[in-house]
Design a protein around this ligand. Structure first.
Ligand code: B16
Ligand code: MG
Length: 217
């Protein structure tokens, strides 16, 4: 049977979550807001606009749209500066063998990311051709935990939600997959991602037997 395997990008396929964190931290510092690692967990998987709003809420800051736009541009420019030299070395350990295995098994592979920078990242890392379908922040109007991004990906792969598997590193993303009745696979810490159906520290802990079982289910 052909299933839809939907991958989040930041923090699942590539190690860019740390760059988002650095860039947001700069904005927060500039505004005198304390922004910790723990706060950052709530931003993972969340759109750029919503992320800024969350930081401003944290600092109890009211800002004009003009200022917000300025900070959004600054954050993205800073974030992109970390990606200039990006190449395949940024792909997280264990990801490539799973992508290759899914291709061999002729499964549907999609990207389901909140990022508006998804395509250039897949190009720079040389893995764009693995994806049958790409749905990213440019295609959706509702940010995770709204399941829109995953629903679109499943639809484009002609798979039902029950036949869709989502790999996610964020709480919002795991919730989005669960809301859509898809199989959620959390990549990261158990304490953070406990709502996921399955949780793995990273892709090196996922073996092909696990994937095989998901295909047959
Ligand atoms: P951008 P994902 C998300 O990507 C990130 O986790 C989140 O931190 C970021 O704010 C969001 O993309 C928007 O990204 O600013 O590049 O459009 O995890 O859904 O792949
Ligand atoms: Mg992510």
């Amino acid at each position: 049977k052909v299933k839809a395997f939907i991958f989040d990008l930041d923090g699942v396929i590539v190690d860019t979550a740390k760059y988002h964190y650095l860039a947001w931290q700069k904005i927060a510092n500039q505004l005198g807001i304390e922004f910790t690692h723990q706060h950052n967990e709530q931003l993972k998987g969340v759109s750029r606009v919503r992320s800024l709003d969350l930081i401003l809420e944290l600092g109890k800051i009211q800002a004009s749209q003009e200022d917000k736009n300025k900070w959004l541009v600054q954050k993205n420019e800073d974030y992109l500066s970390y990606l200039v030299d990006m190449d395949e070395s940024e792909i997280l350990p264990g990801v490539m063998p799973i992508l290759k295995f899914l291709k061999e098994k002729k499964q549907g592979i999609a990207l389901g990311s909140a990022s508006k920078n998804a395509k250039p990242i897949l190009e720079k890392t040389g893995i764009l051709h693995y994806f049958d379908v790409i749905v990213d922040g440019n295609d959706v109007s509702n940010a995770k935990p709204d399941p829109e991004v995953f629903l679109q990906a499943a639809k484009l792969l002609h798979a039902s939600n029950a036949d869709s598997i989502v790999f996610e590193d964020s709480v919002a993303g795991v919730q989005a997959a669960n809301i859509a009745n898809m199989t959620s696979v959390g990549i990261g810490e158990e304490t953070v991602l406990h709502e996921a159906k399955y949780i793995f520290r990273d892709f090196t802990n996922i073996d092909t037997n696990f994937i095989e079982a998901l295909i047959k289910k």
